[in-house]
Design a binder for this molecule. Structure first.
Ligand code: HEC
Length: 137
């Protein structure tokens, strides 16, 4: 009987851990929504701590000025497909958001991109942002 209780406890724990892996927001995310992602990307502040929004650093293209604070938004998906050998655009964009310092774009430095989006955006917001950036080819 003790063994059975132990087994049930373990299974419950495993199930809880799997359920909790949906992302930072806790709740599992649905598929990313391009329109929602685009709107989020263009907000001046974002996330639970109202951090500077993406466009505070990322200009859309040359017409908006020099890419001094961050790479241009235009063609993010295209560049993302080839930045890291063996890594696809979706995975690269996700990593750029959650662990920006894992790969540093030439001309920029560690720490230049805001580091806490992983903790301050929900899994759904992250999925939406990725869906949008994948359309910037
Ligand atoms: C404080 C400035 C800043 C903010 C705010 C910021 N970024 Fe960035 N981002 C950068 C910099 C600098 C880089 C390039 C350095 C690097 O690779 O970490 C970068 C790189 C990226 C890349 C990789 C681009 C490439 O060409 O390889 C993506 C994707 C990205 N950011 C998405 C976002 C999204 C989405 C947001 C908003 C949730 C955001 N960034 C907010 C500064 C910022």
């Amino acid at each position: 009987m003790k063994k059975l209780i132990l087994a049930i406890t373990l299974l419950t724990l495993v199930a809880l851990v799997i359920a909790g892996c949906g992302g930072s927001g806790g709740a599992a995310a649905g598929p990313g929504d391009v329109a929602r992602g685009k709107a989020l990307y263009n907000k001046s502040t974002i996330g639970t701590k109202s951090a500077e929004g993406c466009v505070a650093c990322h200009k859309y293209d040359e017409k908006e000025g020099k890419a001094e604070k961050a790479p241009y938004t235009k063609e993010t998906a295209k560049r993302s497909a080839t930045r890291v050998p063996g890594m696809g655009a979706e995975e690269y964009i996700k990593e750029s958001l959650l662990s920006p310092d894992k790969y540093i774009v030439e001309g920029f430095n560690k720490g230049d991109m805001y580091q806490k989006f992983g903790a301050e955006l929900s899994a759904q917001e992250i999925a939406d942002l990725i869906a949008y950036l994948l359309t910037e080819k």
